[in-house]
Design a protein around this ligand. Structure first.
Ligand code: C5P
Length: 220
């Protein structure tokens, strides 16, 4: 219960993953990419031919509880199959957002997320790290950036991975996904009451990292 946790929540492509990795590296902490879990669960549902709808909530939750997944360095394997790129595609993002709105699926992924906290500490990024998964966290950051900047960053990320992308489509997809994530009834995207707001639209990653480290030093 005394394991230090830093939560970084915010909308799609706001830079949470990169920031979490930098902060964790500086502090020697582990990271939790909670979005990856919903991406993997969404991929698994499609793989098993299960419609992502509340009608299948029980089966989807059962699937999420028993994902045969392995994280090897920066790659993700499902039952031995490398799904690293597949879960980052537009379809993967959409499936993640759809499955993440199903309450029993969120329940099923809760203990895995909480169990990933270990000494000397954890940096967790997602939508509900500060509100639901780690409400007792020492530091909660809500990271935002303009839709334009977020679309631009996601575009560069996909291109650098050798994936096809269109910036206008990406922006529309981000906005659709954020609207769904923010309006769902379970664990909607919103800042925790005690979250510190960080808009990194016009901030480079080093500046954002230093800001979080300085907040951490003040809280700690
Ligand atoms: O962070 P990322 O874009 O990889 O997350 C993919 C999707 O997973 C989000 O759009 C959201 O619907 C869902 N998600 C969530 N709760 C989290 C992390 C991600 O609902 N903690």
């Amino acid at each position: 219960a005394d394991i230090p946790v830093i939560c970084i929540d915010g909308p799609s492509a706001s830079g949470k993953g990169t920031l979490a990795a930098r902060v964790a590296e500086r502090l020697g902490f582990a990271t939790l990419d909670s979005g990856a879990l919903y991406r993997i669960a969404g991929w698994a549902a499609q793989h098993h031919g299960l419609d992502i709808s509340t009608a299948n909530a029980t089966a989807l939750a059962q699937l999420a509880r028993t994902l045969p997944v392995a994280f090897v360095q920066d790659r993700v394997f499902y039952d031995g199959e490398d799904i690293t790129l597949a879960i980052r595609s537009s379809e993967g993002s959409r499936n993640a957002s759809l499955i993440s709105a199903i309450g029993p699926v969120r329940e099923a992924l809760l203990s895995f997320q909480r169990d990933s906290a270990r000494l000397p500490g954890l940096v967790a990024d997602g939508r509900d790290m500060g509100t639901v998964v780690f409400p007792q966290a020492v530091l909660k950051v809500f990271l935002t950036a303009s839709a334009e900047k977020r679309a631009e960053r996601r575009y560069k990320q996909l291109i650098s991975q050798g994936l096809a992308a269109n910036i206008t489509t990406l922006r529309e997809e981000l906005e659709t996904r954020d609207a769904r994530d923010a309006s769902r009834s379970v664990a909607p995207l919103r800042p925790a009451d005690d979250a510190l707001m960080l808009d990194n639209s016009d901030m480079d990653i080093d500046t954002a990292t230093l800001q979080v480290l300085s907040w951490w030093a003040q809280k700690h």
